[in-house]
Design a protein around this ligand. Structure first.
Ligand SMILES: Nc1nc2c(ncn2[C@@H]2O[C@H](COP(=O)(O)OP(=O)(O)OP(=O)(O)O)[C@@H](O)[C@H]2O)c(=O)[nH]1
Ligand SMILES: [Mg+2]
Length: 330
């Protein structure tokens, strides 16, 4: 699954500039002589080169876009929340339609040029062909625009591996990315404000010769799937499709900006909606007073929570032990 190989999506004007100037250049190089025959031969070349340049470019896009039908449910849904799968398919169908249409038009206009009885008619045919190419490209402008935007978003999607996976989830700003960094050495952006992580991020750890994938997710709020931003929906898809175990991170100091009660509501929703084992993790232990921690311990689910600090590294052994036990039992 890789959208990075998809070429930059040109707009109609850029594509026309590219195709028509290439056609003029190539036609000038053609030494077909003077007179009607020479003109016919040059203009025919312009038609063929302009048409085939556009077709080749569109075919390159089509060939490099991953085959949507062969993708896993996770990726299809990920594309859907990132870029709208149906619109995506529709845009690709439009491109395919245009390739076929251009091919037929090229043949039609080449034969009209060959049959033309005068220079004026030859030039008129070629101009008409260019005009129709231009109007067809303008017709699919919305689709090209959609694909350009979709490519930008999709090219950064991670390529997940089919191996035991830990999903780190929780409210915004609780230290999920800091934990990913601690556990795997990956270098996600960490900031002191919510919504720093805008998409799924991957890291890997090795335990007893086993490669374990760790997915850091955008912060979740207490709301339904319909109300979620695309970023949060990515988190839900990771929980639904990838998680072998979930580390649900709490910031009991509430310095993240989200009250503990709200974090608990998100935790309960995650536990209820997904099949994987959910381990509560109290992060930012370096900021927690012993008294506060003891009080927390008396309530569900904190009596069985792991306590750590992504900042100081405290508690990482226990976290790694819980992960590796879950991985062994898979
Ligand atoms: N004191 C302390 N600060 C921490 C700890 N873990 C994270 N932080 C800080 O908390 C802030 C948020 O950390 P992130 O790792 O970006 O949190 P996140 O959950 O990934 O945030 P989003 O991606 O926005 O959801 C940063 O300022 C971190 O330095 C910790 O264990 N102790
Ligand atoms: Mg983050």
């Amino acid at each position: 699954m890789n959208f990075k190989r998809v070429p930059r999506i040109l707009d109609p004007q850029e594509l026309m500039d590219y195709a028509f100037s290439r056609a003029s250049r190539e036609a000038r190089r053609c030494s077909a002589g003077r007179g009607l025959r020479g003109i016919k031969s040059r203009e025919e070349r312009r038609i063929v080169i302009a048409g085939s340049s556009v077709r080749r470019y569109l075919n390159r896009i089509l060939a490099r876009i991953p085959d949507l039908e062969k993708l896993s449910t996770f990726y299809r849904e990920l594309i859907d929340v990132t870029a709208d799968l149906e619109q995506f398919k529709h845009s690709l169908r439009s491109l395919r339609w245009l390739v076929g249409k251009l091919e037929r038009m090229e043949r039609e206009y080449v034969s009209r040029v060959r049959r033309a009885g005068s220079e004026e008619e030859v030039y008129r045919c070629r101009r008409e062909f260019y005009g129709r190419v231009a109007s067809l490209l303008r017709k699919i402008e919305p689709e090209l625009e959609f694909l350009r935007d979709a490519r930008e978003r999709l090219k950064n999607l991670p390529t997940v591996e089919d191996t035991f996976t830990v999903v780190i989830a929780g409210a915004p700003n609780v230290g999920k990315s800091s934990l990913l960094r601690r556990l795997t050495g990956a270098e996600p952006r960490v900031e002191s404000y919510p919504f720093t992580t805008r998409q799924l991020l991957l890291g890997y750890m090795e335990h007893r010769h086993m490669k374990i994938q760790v997915v850091d997710t955008p912060g979740l709020l207490d709301r339904s799937f319909e109300e979620m931003r695309p970023e949060e929906r990515q988190s839900i898809l990771a929980l639904r499709h990838l998680a072998g175990i979930v580390l649900f991170v709490f910031d009991a100091t509430e310095s993240c900006g989200y009250p503990l009660e709200e974090q608990l509501r998100i935790y309960r929703a995650v536990r209820q909606n997904f099949g994987a084992q959910v381990v509560p993790v109290i992060n930012k232990a370096d900021l927690l007073q012993e008294r506060h921690l003891r009080r927390l311990r008396s309530r569900e689910p904190f009596h069985r929570a792991l306590v750590c600090s992504a900042k100081t590294g405290e508690g990482m052994e226990e976290l790694i032990r819980a992960i590796s036990e879950a991985a062994q039992n898979k």
